[in-house]
Ligand binder design. Structure first.
Ligand code: IMP
Ligand code: MG
Length: 176
């Protein structure tokens, strides 16, 4: 993995990511107009984005986490399992789900369905740092997102390959 890191091609630098997150935070703030929102960070990938996003938001927040899993290596299996469910009551609340990336859309659909059926928020909003629109298998769009990317497998800033590379401050991919 150490050697692989040298081969990475940077798509978004740390500065670009932080600048864009500031813009997304502003858009979210404008939408909530000071109402409290429950942030649900989807572990593990979204941790990095969530932390930087909420620090840049002015909207009062409460932070919750949950964990789902669907990926094996570089492939989405479509077999989504909840590894850690929500352990707080969010019924009737404003909820913002924070994801690292929307790829096929299967996880986003799974989560939105799960929340509607089981948790009954007042309003459910979805945000992702990255949007791989061209890889979508399900017709679903995040309400807010940072960057649109091509159908490449990316790592860094929370995104992993077999658990590695999450702590890179930038986002990159491995050229063929
Ligand atoms: P989806 O269900 O196919 O939309 O995939 C969502 C999840 O797959 C994300 O939350 C990531 O954990 C993972 N994922 C999708 N694309 C990538 C990628 O390019 N790099 C790393 N993880 C990815
Ligand atoms: Mg994820």
């Amino acid at each position: 993995m150490e050697n692989l890191e040298e081969k990475l091609k940077v798509i978004f630098t740390e500065e670009q990511i932080q600048k864009r997150i500031k813009e997304v935070a502003k858009k979210i703030d404008d939408d909530y107009k000071g109402k409290t929102v429950i942030i649900i960070s989807v572990l593990k990938g979204a941790i990095f984005f969530t932390v930087d996003l909420v620090k840049k938001m002015k909207t009062p927040i409460m932070l919750e986490v949950m964990q789902v899993s669907s990926y094996q290596g570089t492939q989405s299996t479509g077999n989504i399992i909840v590894k850690k469910g929500l352990d707080t009551d969010i019924e009737g609340k404003d909820v913002l789900i924070v994801e690292d990336i929307i790829d096929t859309g299967l996880t986003a659909r799974f989560l939105t369905d799960l929340f509607k059926i089981k948790h009954h928020p007042k309003k459910l909003v979805f945000t992702a740092l990255l949007n791989k629109k061209c890889a979508r298998q399900i017709d679903i769009e995040p309400d807010f997102y940072g960057f649109e990317i091509d159908d490449k497998f990316v790592v860094g800033y929370g995104l992993d390959y077999k658990g590695y590379f999450r702590n890179l401050p930038f986002i990159g991919y491995f050229p063929e």
